[in-house]
Write a protein that binds this ligand. Sequence first.
Ligand SMILES: C[S@@+](CC[C@H](N)C(=O)[O-])C[C@H]1O[C@@H](n2cnc3c(N)ncnc32)[C@H](O)[C@@H]1O
Length: 251
Amino acid sequence: MPKSYDIIGHIAVIEPDDDEKAAAEEIMRNKSIKTVAKKLSAREGVHRTRQLKIIAGDKNLETLHTEHGMKYKLDVGKVYFSPREGEERQKIASVVRNNETVLVMFAGIGAYAIAITGKRPETKVYAVEINGDAYEYMKVNIRLNRVDALVYPLKGDVRDVCRNMGNKFDRVIMPSPSNAHEFLDVAIKCLKKGGSIHFYTINKEGEEDFAKGLLLAEANKLGRSATAITSRKVLPYAPRMWKRCVEARIT
Ligand SMILES: C[S@@+](CC[C@H](N)C(=O)[O-])C[C@H]1O[C@@H](n2cnc3c(N)ncnc32)[C@H](O)[C@@H]1O
């Protein structure tokens, strides 16, 4: 039996060291699973995609995933999507207030942006994504969930796309733990006075304050201050390493 695996729509994704034959036999007993794929690499590059090998079932890696009543179409080989972050999306959606204007950087297939509108239907959400495939799926997902009037998809590098978006947002969400720290200056400039930031990063056990320090330093550099700073574990990333979310108000 595989130790753990992700289910994304009709696809089960198993770990690199799982026994292919045993895993496929066991998982395919679940009639809603039509494909079993194995991770061949870690997430790589700017797009954070990984190589997969189909070991059983249908060869189609495009699927329709349902999460908290929202539908997400995606190709698991071409874009980043993690069903493990479903609860985190709900947590973020819960702290957004109605009527806010929100920027979701690194938006992927639109799951954070669309989850927010599910809970807060009077928000406006701008969602920026550099991977052309993810951006196309985000547009499809906006239509699928009928949130065309609430979510504005934007294609490109956040540094370029958000260049002229100074002081525009009540809230900026940065769900890309591997590289969000490189764009803290862009995010802080985009915030209105008193706006909130959610900065995702990866930290080693025992270095919990490092990410807070990064955010404070960047705010100070821009002549702003970060108050009400909190930092919380989101998910395990590797042995003794965590995905963490640092949240603050920028004044
Ligand atoms: C870790 S994934 C998260 C995707 C999405 N937030 C989610 O949770 O499903 C990071 C995403 O950011 C995108 N990305 C990376 N660098 C970017 C940049 N400079 N500008 C815009 N998008 C970027 C990648 O293509 C990828 O889709």
